[in-house]
Ligand binder design. Sequence first.
Ligand code: OGA
Ligand code: MN
Length: 281
Amino acid sequence: MAIKIEPLDGPVGAIVHGLDPSNPLSDEDFNSLQQAMLDHVAIVAPDLEENVPWLRDLGSRVGPLVPHVLDQYHHPETFEVSIIARNTGTPESRNTAKPAGAFWHSDLSYEENPSDAIFLYSTQIPSQGGDTLVANMCLAYDALSEATKRRIAGLTATHRWGWNTGGATPKLSEQQSATHPDVVHPVVRRHPNTGRKILYVNPGYVMKINELPGDESDGLLEELFAHALKPEFQYRHKWGLNMLLGLDNRSSMHAAVDDYSEPRRMLRMIVGCTEKIGKAA
Ligand code: OGA
Ligand code: MN
């Protein structure tokens, strides 16, 4: 069965109709899905029966699935899936002051090889709240003034795990910390598939612009974040149960909304990086 892509009327997102986790995805369907992620930054597929091997197969066709640093939350069967749970009363439930991801970020930007894409799949959702916000960082770049585009061309930023995450990330163990030094990425990236320019900074992990004195760096980052977080670049994803959200993690940043107290549980797969962009700080 051929899938159908229905673009949302907004800056981010398309609904994918006709995915069926009881059958392998044909090459043709996989290609349309991947193209939809490039064209619309996020894809949403509702009402998918839970099938972890099928989800892993889908994720790994986009690119190699990589482990998240918080190995204590890896799925018991595979590092390719992490569990993001809250208020579930189970050992896998996170106990940070704020929910995981409740700050604007792009997954793994604090690694030398960050992530091309992520997939989140809901297995438990609160009756209200717990949305995920997504910002389109290609649109954000395009809408910058020409003066700002010239100012940021060629600049680089230092990214650090847990930098400005407001109590949403646990402290790393000594071993986890040892493999996660600060890294440097360009402030403007070019998307390898679409050729579009991306504003590649996020409030959660970016500490500073390396080429500027501290106060200028702080001022520029504040200006860039205020610009990028304008509502016109954003999509507010409302979860249904057994829903899949796929994000192009290069062209976007996202944030979990901290506004619920009922159980919420997601499976997450992180697609690694297929190009060389970062370096050690
Ligand atoms: C994360 C994250 C989003 C969500 O944990 O990195 O972005 O909606 N989570 O749970
Ligand atoms: Mn995230």
